[in-house]
Structures are given as C-alpha cells and as structure tokens.
Write a protein that binds this ligand. Structure first.
Ligand code: FAD
Ligand code: NAI
Length: 467
C-alpha cells in the first residue's frame, strides 16, 4: 500500500471510532479507520454489549417459560435448553450487527485499513497487517477501547477461569459458577448462567454490589437477585485460584483481614473492571501521555498531550459505556469541523440488563449528601402500577431526586421491567433542566410502566395519586 493521506485517521472501530468515522464522513472529511479485529464494532458489538444482551434475552425467555408462564395459565410441559442453538442465535445477532457496520463504512466511503495501528508522530500512522503501510492525516484519533482488568494471582485461561469473553462462550451450563466482582458484568453474566441452571456465587470486595449505583438500588437488587437464587459473599477478596480436573479451587479472605477460606467452582468469572487498552500504540514516541490510571490524558476537548492527536471512549476518562464513546465520537468530529457541540456528562444513563433492569442517570443520594446539596426525593413502587401487575413484573421502583434550591431533576434511579427504556424520559429531563413538576405535567399513556415515572415525580411534590 503506498502512503495515503486522509483528513482523519481513527484507530479502533468500536462504538466510539466507527460512529465518529461516520460523522466525519457526513461532514465531508476524507476518513480512514484502522481496525485489527476481523470484524468491525469493537468490544461492544463483538464481545460486549451485543452478545451479552443476546444471551440475556434468550435466558430471560427460558426463565419466563420455566417460572413465569404458569401464573398466566400457560402450561409448557418439559422445558429443555439447547445451548448450541442459543449460542448460534447470539452469534447471528453479532454477525448481523458487525456486518451492518461494515456496510455503513462502505456507504459513507470510509476506508477500513485492516491491521494494527501505531502512532509514528508527525501526523503519521503505521499499519501492520493486511493493509500494511504508512498513512498520514491532519487529525489522528485514539479509539482503542479497553481490556479486561487482570486479578493478581489468578490466570485467566478462558476455559475454567474466564473473563466476560469466555463467559459468553461456555460449552455447557456449569453446575457451579463463582463470579469475582459484583459489578455490571458480574451481575449480567451471572444472571445468564443462573437462569440457565448454574449455582452462582458472587464474591465482591466491597460491602455492596453495584457500588457506583445509588445505595438503595444496590440493596434492593441484592435482595431481588438473592430471591432468584444467586448467592453473595460481600467484603471478600479472592487471593488465589487453582484450576484442576475437579474444577477451580479458590482461596478467599475477608477484605478487612481475617481467616482465609476455600471454595471450589466449575467455572470462575473474573469481572473486576476494565482498563484502557493502548498497548503497542507508540504513545511515548508520539508524545501522548497517560494519566495516573493508565488512561490517555485529554484536555476536556479530547486533545491529547500531542498536537493533532485526540482520544475518545474507553481509552480516556469517564464511564466505560458504548453510548458515552459514541457521543464523544460525534462531538469530536464536529469540533474538528469547526462546530461548537456540547456533551453533558451528567446526562449519560447507565443500564444494568439484569431482570429486572437497573437504570440510572445523574447523581445518587450518596453523591448529593457528600456534596452538601439539599434535595427532595420522589419514589413510586411498581407494585402500585397496573401495567406492571398485568405483566407480573412488580419488582422495583422509580426514584427521582430534585435539587431543592434549583428545582431541577439531578438524579433518577429505576429498578424495574424495561427500566432501560423508562430512564430516557429522565435523561431528557436532566438535559433540558426540567423540574419534577415538568415531568408530571406531561401526559403519560395508560396503562404504562412510564406512569410510575410520572407518579414518582408527583410523589416528590407530595401529590402522587395511586399510592
Ligand atoms: P472498543 O469497543 O473497545 O473498540 C476498540 C477497538 O479498537 C477494538 O475493536 C480493538 O480491536 C481496536 N484496536 C485497539 N488497538 C488497536 C490498534 N492499535 N490498531 C487497530 N485497532 C485497534 N456498554 C454499554 O453501554 N452497554 C452495554 O450493555 C455494555 N455491555 C458490555 C458487556 C461486556 C461483556 C463488556 C466487556 C462491555 C460492555 N459495555 C457495554 C462496554 C462497551 O463495550 C464499551 O464501553 C465500548 O465498547 C467502548 O467503545 P470504544 O469505541 O471506546 O472501544
Ligand atoms: P465494574 O467496575 O462494573 O465492577 C467491578 C466490581 O468488582 C466492583 O463492584 C468492584 O468493587 C469489584 N472488585 C474489584 N476488585 C475486586 C476483587 N479483587 N475482588 C472482588 N471484587 C472486586 O466492572 P465490570 O463488571 O468488570 O465491567 C467493566 C465495565 O464494562 C463496566 O464498568 C461498564 O462500564 C462496562 N459494562 C457495561 C455494561 C452495561 O452498560 N450494561 C455491561 C457490562 C460492562
């Protein structure tokens, strides 16, 4: 390949990189994207959001058929799990989605340079692989994402001791599964295998699961998941894991210190977080610095410490979420085109796709208390929502937090069926600077789960109707 020149070269075709490439192309920039994986879409589409949601959906259907249908007068007889068929379904969703991105690259005339990108400095990127060569660009973007955080003393072999990648590929339902880390991956993938019949124990270092969520949400989710059969060992750290024929022997001890205990499991899932991936990128030679947590240092406008080199997504600070990476990609493309776009990090929702789902946006009660902000709370349980009753999905609540001084919604936390969709109304409220009253003055359809959002907003002003 002879040296080609582009306006923008993006390294990494995850949600951040590929979305940015499309926006750049829409804005008339000649754009290339360097991706070393055989398919586009990054972690999210290949080994993250999409395959995990496919398995969550399939296992939810199974769980409903096994435990939910009878209440509705539906008898299904003997149920069976066809795991290879379930995995095939998951793969077909992944394939359709990653091929869709490839189509979008072609449609927008974006050049996919197949291979691994390395910064050479001076506006150049070296590509090793199928499209080996050197390309130059006015703007270079690091969108290389993240990788699994390793745990000292534990070797991930993706067979017995797996990361999320291996947990999406298990050949059979394990009898016992120990999940290290009670965060998002632990609870989502723990739920998948628990629903399919595994005995799942979550070992969490801190004294609560989902530690970055609102405290009340963490407590209630633990109760709900316990009811579903998952076990929890909180305030506990795993110090060693040894794989053998009889499974994996784990050594764990109380986080606060104390006597060690042993436990065995067929499969162990390590899900203690992810870290930015920048290996082999040639950062140092190009003058791109990392911060104390190994993230590419940026100035708030995605500019790294090297002129002409920018970074977005999981590789930089902030929540490691696909939609956060996408927003940053779009905003950076528009900045490069001379526009003045805006990104509101207080209005980025987070959803945990367990059953019921957990969705949140903005501040938690703990954060507001720590910041000394006076606030009002409005809460409404799904047990009092007629649609939730008809769905026999009454677990959970909607909680809205409003700043007492500004009368603006500053946080919202939902546990419930479809919480991931319901939260959007409150994301909008935060973005538009709305009050709880603005939320409940808007008409909501009946009967709908969204009425619980309206009622929580009304509860905040002491005027809920149905409770
Ligand atoms: P990535 O998606 O990681 O993409 C980076 C790409 O860069 C990769 O394809 C990589 O191969 C490529 N690359 C890296 N270095 C080079 C190089 N030198 N040369 C060429 N290519 C390179 N987020 C959500 O919002 N919702 C979810 O439901 C969700 N579920 C998840 C489930 C799991 C199991 C996991 C692991 C993650 C999940 N996430 C979810 C997080 C989400 O996947 C990430 O936040 C998102 O993928 C980050 O996007 P990105 O573009 O920054 O990087
Ligand atoms: P996480 O940060 O969500 O959770 C990690 C958990 O492990 C925390 O509760 C932490 O206290 C605990 N932990 C840390 N060290 C430990 C140790 N030594 N022993 C026991 N517990 C320990 O990270 P997770 O679940 O690995 O996911 C990584 C990221 O991927 C998430 O932060 C999220 O950004 C993204 N993701 C998003 C999803 C979504 O949006 N639905 C789904 C899956 C992943």
């Amino acid at each position: 390949m002879s040296e080609q020149a582009f306006d923008v070269v993006i390294i990494g075709a995850g949600p951040g990189g590929y979305t940015m490439a499309i926006r750049c192309a829409q804005l008339g920039m000649n754009t290339a994207i360097v991706e070393s994986r055989a398919t586009l879409g990054g972690t999210c589409l290949n080994i993250g959001c999409i395959p995990s949601k496919a398995l969550l959906q399939s296992s939810e259907f199974y769980s409903e058929a096994a435990h939910g249908f009878a209440t509705h007068g539906i008898k299904v007889g003997k149920l069976e799990i066809d795991l290879p068929a379930m995995m095939k379904q998951k793969q077909s969703v992944v394939d359709a989605t990653t091929k869709g991105v490839e189509f979008l690259m072609k449609k927008n005339k974006i050049t996919w340079l197949k291979g691994t990108g390395k910064l050479l400095g001076g506006g150049k990127v070296e590509v090793t692989g199928t499209d080996a060569g050197t390309v130059s660009a006015r703007h270079i973007v690091i969108a290389t994402g993240s990788e699994v955080m390793p745990l000292k003393g534990i070797e991930i072999d993706e067979k017995q001791v797996v990361s999320s990648t291996g947990a999406l590929e298990l050949a059979k339902v394990p009898k016992t599964l120990v999940v290290i880390g009670g965060g998002v991956i632990g609870l989502e993938l723990g739920s998948v295998w628990s629903r399919l019949g595994a005995e799942v124990t979550v070992v969490e270092f801190l004294d609560r699961i989902l530690p970055t969520n609102d405290g009340e949400v963490s407590k209630q989710m633990q109760r709900i998941l316990t009811k579903q059969g998952m076990k929890f060992k909180l305030g506990t750290k795993v110090t060693a894991a040894k794989s053998g024929k009889a499974g994996v022997s784990l050594t764990m001890e109380p986080a606060a210190g104390g006597a060690a205990e042993e436990m065995t499991a067929d499969i162990v899932l390590v899900s203690i977080g992810r870290r930015p991936y920048t290996a082999g990128l040639g950062l140092e030679a190009a003058g791109v610095q990392l911060d104390e947590r190994g993230r590419v240092k940026t100035d708030g406008h995605f500019q790294t410490t090297a002129a002409g080199i920018y970074a977005i997504g999981d590789a930089i600070q902030g929540a490691m979420l696909a939609h956060k990476a996408e927003e940053e990609g779009v905003v950076l493309a528009e900045l490069l085109a001379g526009q003045k776009p805006h990104i509101n990090y207080d209005a980025i929702p987070g959803v945990v796709y367990t059953w019921p789902e957990v969705a949140s946006v903005g501040k938690t009660e703990e954060e507001l208390k720590a910041a000394g902000i006076a606030y009002k709370t409005g809460k409404f349980p799904f047990t009092a929502n007629a649609r939730a009753r008809a769905m026999t999905m009454t677990d959970g609540f909607v909680k809205i937090l409003e700043d007492d001084k500004t009368k603006k919604v500053v946080g919202a936390h939902i546990i419930g069926a479809d919480a991931g969709h319901l939260i959007q109304e409150l994301v909008q409220a935060i973005e538009f600077g709305a009050s709880a009253e603005d939320v409940y003055r808007v008409c909501h359809p009946h009967p709908a789960l969204s009425e619980a959002v309206k009622e929580a907003a009304m509860a905040l002003d002491g005027r809920a109707i149905n409770i």
